[in-house]
Design a protein around this ligand. Structure first.
Ligand SMILES: C[S@@+](CC[C@H](N)C(=O)[O-])C[C@H]1O[C@@H](n2cnc3c(N)ncnc32)[C@H](O)[C@@H]1O
Length: 188
């Protein structure tokens, strides 16, 4: 049985920051698992923004939060995450991008470089010093492969005086297995 998977690893990597975060963003709400994780593990006073372009995803997310009585902590936003600055007006402590498409949903409605890259750039501008962004990329499908290549290029060129970027991957799995990146802002 595999205990560590990309989603659980992304959660573990940001755990310490989530505990003390005031502003958190789930850039791709999907089925709501990441939003629920942020809501369950953050301060009672924390504010969470969850984006998705699909109503179905936000409905799923809302139901998960309601089951745990956590819906008041979360603002659900039916919009492209590239527009994050229109909604999040304060510095961000933690953000998650779990890229790709809604599992069991329409695979055409997937994240793409055209919006993922501007969204990540906007998030880095919003990120507080000490804040983190976790990104899970899925190179196993066409759009995911393009994102993966853009991400490697972009992330490996972030200035080291401002950011530390690390990555986690399953090196004995197929080369198309998901990869988790963690960006920490060390200086503004
Ligand atoms: C892999 S799923 C996210 C999984 C989710 N975080 C969870 O815990 O279940 C990716 C989601 O990104 C959404 N998405 C695709 N493009 C987007 C965009 N430009 N802005 C916001 N969400 C987007 C899709 O609709 C899909 O629900």
């Amino acid at each position: 049985m595999q205990i560590l998977n990309p989603v659980s690893v992304a959660h573990k990597l940001i755990q310490e920051q989530v505990y003390r975060a005031e502003i958190l963003v789930d850039a791709t709400a999907g089925k709501g698992n990441d939003t629920l994780y942020l809501a369950e593990n953050s301060l009672a006073t924390a504010k969470i923004y969850a984006f998705d372009i699909q109503e179905l995803a936000l409905r799923c997310t809302k139901e998960k939060l309601q089951e745990k009585g956590l819906e008041r902590k979360v603002t659900l936003i039916l919009d492209n995450h590239a527009n994050v600055k229109q909604y999040v007006l304060r510095g961000v402590d933690v953000a998650i991008f779990n890229l790709g498409y809604l599992p069991g949903g329409n695979h055409e409605l997937t994240t793409t470089i055209d919006t993922t890259m501007p969204a990540i750039e906007a998030m880095l501008q919003l990120l507080n010093v000490g804040g983190v962004v976790a990104i899970t990329a899925y190179p196993g499908h066409e759009s995911g492969k393009r994102e993966y290549h853009y991400l490697i290029d972009f992330l490996s060129n972030l200035p080291v005086k401002n950011y530390t970027v690390s990555c986690w991957s399953m090196i004995n799995h197929a080369s198309t297995a998901p990869v988790v990146y963690l960006i920490e802002k060390v200086r503004s």
